[in-house]
Design a protein around this ligand. Structure first.
Ligand SMILES: Cc1ncc(COP(=O)(O)O)c(C=O)c1O
Length: 390
């Protein structure tokens, strides 16, 4: 079969037309720092995901950080216990450690590799955790019916880390629209990119306003006029002092209008890109043999950042990686494997073992999924993997 020389895990989604448009925009001497384009992107993003509000920041990690701190200071948590996933990303969990939550790790589901509902329920019964963090692993949606049923029964706040799941859907609703707060990443190689960038989505006006203040030093300048007036009245502040009054202990994790300009260009391709990645993912699933991969609910539409698979053993994975390398197909570890086996976690809480999470750690690997790949390319990649017997 005729083939390309290389199959990269990530390809540039910011294309030459985007760069040309950016260059023309530069010539108009725009303000560049956070401004009107950021607001426009936030509105378009909130509409696309299906939440009331969105707050643009400088990375997916910052989005998780803002979400964690907004929750902590919301007064809505009955305790500081938080159930965190073992498969995801270090900065899914890190803010909860940094802010003094009490994290409890949950094993991975054998199908989606998101939270294992059985283990989650056991932990909820045991610890009565006020908060649960769910990663929508690689853009394969978790079984939201089950998780939302548990949310109702055990009354927890849900933080949805959808950083690598832009465009994935569950029952025709975009992931990231299920949590009390959700996070997205626009890093290079993700479904959509603003170079670096992140977004926090929510339906709560209170959390939204808190996020706006936390994002920029703790001031109220980004709030709408009515809310600013309310704060001025509550704190008896005059107009001279108001712009530089700090209402909450904040960060500076803003992005810029330059990144928002690129984000708005990405929004124009969002539906097209999602459809390609959804289609590619299905081609992989229909043609992959000898390895396990993430399974999804019939009600879900995965839109993956990479196709994640598990070899039958570490030795099988070694041979698959060798075959992929020999054919110019880029691969790597499955996300971060089991986060409970990383020093940042076990130095504080001890090693976490769980059969599925451990298998992701020792046998997992990534295959490319991006919009540059044709069906023929994916069939070729499947052929290489399938040729390596367990
Ligand atoms: C699940 C998850 N959370 C958080 C992040 C961090 O996003 P960023 O690289 O934009 O900080 C990533 C990065 O890919 C991720 O996959």
């Amino acid at each position: 079969m005729q083939r390309r020389n290389t199959y990269n895990l990530a390809e540039r989604i910011i294309d030459n037309r985007d760069l040309a448009a950016l260059s023309s925009w530069f010539k108009k001497s725009p303000r560049l720092t956070q401004g009107e384009l950021t607001k426009k992107l936030e509105q378009e993003w909130a509409r696309w995901i299906g939440t009331k509000y969105a707050v643009f920041c400088n990375s997916g990690s910052s989005a998780n950080l803002l979400a964690a701190y907004a929750l902590l200071t919301s007064g809505a948590m009955r305790n500081k216990k938080v159930i965190v996933p073992s498969v995801g990303w270090a900065t899914t969990i890190a803010p909860f450690i940094q802010f003094g939550f009490e994290p409890i790790m949950c094993g991975a589901d054998a199908g989606t590799f998101a939270l294992d509902a059985g283990h989650l329920e056991k932990l909820l019964k045991e610890h009565d955790a006020a908060t649960v963090v769910l990663v929508q692993v690689l853009g394969v949606p978790a079984n939201m019916d089950t998780l939302l049923r548990l949310k109702k029964t055990y009354n927890f706040l849900l933080v949805e880390d959808a950083c690598a799941a832009l465009g994935a859907e569950y029952k025709n609703k975009k992931v990231g629209a299920f949590g009390d707060l959700s996070a997205f990443s626009f890093y290079f190689g993700h479904q959509l990119s603003t170079i670096e960038g992140g977004m926090v989505n929510t339906n709560s006006k209170e959390l939204y306003e808190k996020l706006l203040m936390l994002r920029s030093h703790g001031w109220g300048k980004d709030l709408e006029k009515q809310s600013r007036s309310r704060l001025m009245k509550t704190h008896a502040i005059d107009e001279w002092h108001e712009p530089f009054t700090f209402f909450v202990p904040g960060f500076n994790v803003r992005s810029t209008d330059l990144n928002a300009f690129l984000g708005l260009r990405q929004m124009k391709k969002a539906d097209k890109v999602s459809a390609i990645r959804q289609k590619n993912h299905k081609v992989y699933a229909e043609n992959m043999k000898n390895v396990e991969f993430q399974k999804w609910d019939a009600k879900a539409a995965p839109c993956s950042i990479s196709f994640g698979a598990l070899a039958s053993s570490q030795e099988h994975r070694r041979r698959i990686v060798k075959a992929l390398d020999a054919n110019g197909i880029e691969t790597r570890l499955f996300s971060a494997g089991n986060l409970g086996l990383h020093p940042f976690w076990y130095n504080l809480y001890g090693k976490f073992n769980h059969s599925v999470s451990d298998k992701v750690h020792s046998c997992g690997f990534f295959l490319p999924n991006n919009e540059s790949l044709s069906k023929k390319d994916i069939l070729f990649i499947c052929g290489v993997v399938n040729s390596v017997k367990p």
